[in-house]
Design a protein around this ligand. Sequence first.
Ligand code: UDP
Ligand code: MG
Length: 309
Amino acid sequence: MKDLTILVPLLNEEEAIELFIQATRPVLDGLNLSYKYLFVDDGSTDKTLDIIKSYAAKEENIDYISLSRNFGKEAALLCGIKKAGTKAVIPMDIDLQDPPDLIPAFVEKWKEGYNMVLGVRKNRDSDSFLKRFFSSWFYKVHNFFARRPIPENTGDFRLLDENVAQAIRQINESTLFMKGLFNWTGFKTASVEYVRPERSAGQTKWSYWKLWNFALDGIFNASTIPLRLWTYFGAAAALLSFLYASFIVLKVLIFGKDAPGYASLAVLILFFGGVQLMSIGILGEYIGRIFSEVKHRPAYIIKEEKLND
Ligand code: UDP
Ligand code: MG
């Protein structure tokens, strides 16, 4: 068994592959460990797969898996971890936003006995204002609801040892939020700080809409508390309406009949209509996820692969 897999999910990254291999190889060669690259092509439509294949044909320590279509980075990562077969796995983005210089620090912590070593971003300077704003809110909301809060400013860039990888291999969910799952496994965790640089080449594959949906997956996968909130909200509303009703009855008893209150009725109907729609929406979020889980479809389908060992 080799020591280390560098696991790289790719979607349309023809410009970034060579830069990535050039930047990582010297670092990996300097580690005194046996290692391999595992590229998971996530349904690219450009030359990505051809380039990966030509590398794999020349070099024994470059493996690849090609998925039948785009299943998303999370599915590609899960696939890679299930197939890696080494003592440790480091998932990395191809665009060099995960600095290769950090790998030796990861490995050092691993040798000290940590099962997982997180790359933690020192700051978010390389992100736009909007992305920083949403991500800080995401962590607040997620960690408010989640049973196991996730450490802020971490991504998928980390080292997982065999124990963590083994735990991840047992996962058969189809709505995936890998950061949450890594964290869910537990184990002894250390972290190393880094500054995230800009993308080396090509374009980001994440639109704001994709990020928003990803954040919802993260939150609704982590907790069922949003469902329970409505019980309390309903109880509070019922109590308030009871008090209000008693108030009206008393008022009529003491002061006689009042003019009919259309305005307050309209406000109440609108308010509770909105509240009910929102709570149905939350139910829908969970039912949708239950639906996709009970179908038991695999999270990805492999079209072809080349795996040594
Ligand atoms: N990626 C993928 N499948 C997708 C989207 C992205 O495999 O559906 C890969 C992408 O090729 C890259 C990594 O995931 O290696 C991170 O993507 P990106 O750099 O676009 O994300 P960002 O850094 O902008 O969050
Ligand atoms: Mg990137």
